[in-house]
Design a protein around this ligand. Structure first.
Ligand code: TRP
Length: 457
């Protein structure tokens, strides 16, 4: 940042792609996607998830980029700048609220990943069996101090990078390390596919059993598509505000969504064959990643080094994703509330740490907090997750689609997404607009009505 009032920007199209992918790729692909797929019936969930990405995710991502780059503002300020009536700023406020809700549990899981890097370096995970892999995960959850300290370390790392600035911080890290993560997942896949009984895992992942598709499963897939692509809360509005004028934002949306889904599927290929080969259950829950990956790397040459690298890169992916989430709050506090650079970072991250304690301790089966129910049967951790992914993000996405489809000028949308007409992509723009105006909102409403039991299918 050269001058105080000059906004930073990503420098090239390449950097934009990787930074945006750096926001999308994170624990969502490596931790949440496999565990939700495992608890929601496998291939059918994957199919619905992919449909949500294409029919809802890509159009809404394009909307967010449009709003962000046109306004060049944070998620709340953007609606002001575009002269939308006051109510639309609610989207921005809901976004800031979601950033907090997600960060409460995301920092906890990122802490587990950091602790696994350390465990792998110490050689603690050498020679694990399916039984010891499980007990090692359980002991990671037990606090109060150790999981909280890891969570604190995560938040300190995130704060330091955010204080260093968008360009220097986010751009450099994502551009260099994302490709390495990709290669490591592929190595993991090759190993997983050569395990005895691997085909059963593939069948679970890809075989579509339509009887599994219930309302809650569909809502979970929809929620995951928002969470995965960092949509519905202004992250992509904020990122779009740093894009260059000549970026083809429709192409960026499609490339990011497809690459991100590919990484999720590759993570699934690494995990499910191992689940079956080692006699575990796919419905193991949030521990699935932590119980299977050490097994995948056990008994192969350099297994422990690969394991260290795997968790290290997952930690990086989790950190860059988290940066983009926290950035929504930081941009709001600095641009709308006039806080300085350091304060606008430390204020939200401190709240995330304090309330995040509830999420972390509620995941510890020995803690009294694990017995407290917040929403129905859900404890703090699951309630933060459910409220953000399944409610706030899709509602935010619905409002964004309605704003762009019905309240903003179609001409403005077309001008911005065609780079003032220089891209000649009228055809694609018209299709995307039909999605935004009719298809995505309709799907969102149907899924909601279904999940609250208003309509049944
Ligand atoms: N997409 C990230 C992941 O899959 C998580 C994330 C980062 C996020 N920023 C976000 C989710 C904003 C929702 C909104 O891990």
């Amino acid at each position: 940042m050269e001058q105080k009032n000059k906004r930073e920007m990503f420098s090239t199209g390449f950097a934009i792609f990787f930074a945006t992918l750096g926001s999308a790729v994170g624990l969502g692909n490596i931790w949440k996607f496999p565990y939700l797929l495992g608890t929601n019936g496998g291939g059918a969930f994957l199919l619905v998830y992919l449909l949500c990405v294409v029919l809802v995710g890509i159009p809404i991502m394009a909307c967010e980029f449009y709003i962000g780059r046109k306004a060049r503002k944070n998620a709340v300020g953007a609606f002001k700048k575009l002269k939308a009536s006051k109510g639309w700023r609610t989207i921005g406020f809901m976004g800031v609220a979601s950033a907090f809700l997600i960060a409460f549990f995301y920092s906890c899981v990122a802490g587990w990943v950091y602790s696994y890097v350390f465990k792998a370096i110490r050689g603690d995970l050498v020679g694990v069996t399916s039984v010891t892999a499980k007990s090692k995960f359980m002991s990671t959850l037990i606090g109060p101090f150790s999981p909280l300290i890891w969570q604190l370390i995560v938040l300190i790392v995130v704060s330091v990078i955010l204080i260093a600035g968008v360009k220097k911080g986010i751009e450099r890290i994502t551009k260099t390390l994302m490709p390495v993560l990709f290669v490591l997942i592929i190595i993991c896949d090759i190993r997983a596919l050569t395990l005895p009984g691997a085909s059963q895992g593939l069948k679970f992942l890809f075989h579509v059993d339509f009887s599994q598709l219930t309302g809650p499963v569909i809502l979970a897939a929809l929620g995951l598509s928002f969470f995965k692509l960092s949509l519905g809360m202004g992250t992509m509005i904020t990122y779009g505000s740093y894009f260059t004028k000549d970026n083809n934002m429709i192409a960026t949306s499609i490339k990011v969504a497809l690459s991100d889904s590919l990484i999720s599927i590759l993570a699934g290929i690494a995990i499910f064959p191992a689940v079956f080969s080692f006699g575990m259950k796919p419905s193991e829950g949030p521990g699935l990643l932590f119980m299977t990956i050490p097994l995948v790397f056990s008994k192969i040459p350099f297994g422990n080094i690969l394991l260290v690298a795997f968790f290290f890169l997952t930690a990086i992916a989790a950190t860059t994703a988290m940066i983009s989430m926290v950035q929504v709050a930081v941009a709001y506090f600095s641009e709308e509330r006039g806080m300085g650079r350091v304060k606008s970072v430390l204020f939200p991250t401190s709240i995330m740490m304090i309330v995040g304690i509830l999420a972390t301790l509620s995941a510890d089966p020995t803690s009294i907090l694990s017995n407290i129910h917040v929403l129905g049967q859900k404890g703090f951790f699951d309630s933060f997750d459910y409220l953000s992914s399944n409610i706030l993000l899709p509602v935010g996405g619905l409002l964004i689609a309605i704003y762009v489809g019905y309240f903003a000028k179609k001409e403005d949308f077309k001008l911005e997404l065609s780079n003032q007409g220089t891209l000649n992509n009228d055809f694609v723009l018209n299709i995307i607009f039909v999605f935004i105006k009719y298809i995505s909102p309709l799907l969102l409403v149907i899924v909601f009505l279904n999940s609250i039991g208003f309509i049944k299918f």
